[in-house]
Design a protein around this ligand. Structure first.
Ligand code: ADE
Length: 245
């Protein structure tokens, strides 16, 4: 997958994008990540990319021409998603991460306190996405959050793709608890069943733990999660939970 980032602060990406899975995905050529400094596309001799707003008021606005010139130079693949990071956009979640991981190319336009000229939003951007109901100083961190969650879904990026299938949210519910050695630490024991070698019983225990945890922490997820008859029975008997449908 090709991912382009258009930013006024390319240096922010140096550390986070060259470690761990993102680094490995690039080395394995699963990911072609390119960070572009928007200032390289201005014709202004002082490298200015913004101008005063029509109609007056405080703040500056990033000029449409710079952004269009930058994306024209990129030659977008058919089906490319051009994403504006914006607290006013739709809220990012695992479902959207999966959808984006299936696109041939993603372009992140990192928004800033000074917005883009509205014609960028109208004629270039395909998606406006927020990472949550809080305001950050710029779109760089949101772009990195989204890139991280998308890249780990690409085949070949994570050692075993099945490990992403067990993620919290992948199956619509939270994750079950994990343990490793030692069996006893400060008198806290690993649950007996995990040491039993009974794989079927372990799978059922894990599923039930995931259901319990979801009921306790995020009951809203249960209303939308794909649940089996056994799951529903367990939740009804153990927690008194009733499916709304
Ligand atoms: N820019 C500033 N805050 C943001 C947020 N929460 N999500 C996406 N982009 C942003």
């Amino acid at each position: 997958m090709r991912i382009d980032v258009v930013t006024l602060f390319p240096g922010m990406f140096e550390g986070p994008m060259s470690e761990s899975i993102i680094k490995r995905a690039q080395e394995a050529e699963v990911l072609d990540l390119r960070i572009t400094d928007l200032r390289d596309y201005t014709k202004d001799k002082h490298r200015k990319v913004d101008d005063r707003p029509f109609g007056g008021g405080a703040g500056m606005v990033i000029r449409a021409e710079v952004v269009f010139d930058c994306l024209d130079a990129m030659e977008l693949a058919p089906g490319a998603r051009v994403i504006l990071t914006d607290p006013q956009g739709v809220t990012f979640d695992q479902k959207l991460a999966i959808e984006l991981s299936e696109a041939p190319q993603l372009v992140f336009l990192c928004g800033h306190y000074e917005g883009f000229d509205e014609r960028v939003r109208e004629h270039l951007v395909t998606d406006e996405i927020s990472i949550g109901d809080y305001v950050l100083t710029g779109g760089e961190l949101p772009a990195m959050v989204m890139i991280d969650s998308v890249v780990r879904l690409l085949p070949g990026a994570v050692g075993k793709i099945e490990s992403t299938h067990e993620d919290s949210f992948y199956a619509g519910i939270l994750d079950y608890p994990h343990y490793t050695r030692p069996e006893s630490y400060r008198d806290w024991e690993v649950p007996e069943i995990l040491r039993s070698g009974n794989h079927q019983a372990i799978a059922r225990w894990r599923r039930e733990q995931a259901l319990l945890r979801t009921f306790e922490r995020r009951p809203d997820l249960l209303d939308r999660a794909p649940l089996s008859k056994d799951d529903r029975k367990f939740l009804r008997e153990r927690c008194g939970w009733e499916s709304p449908v």
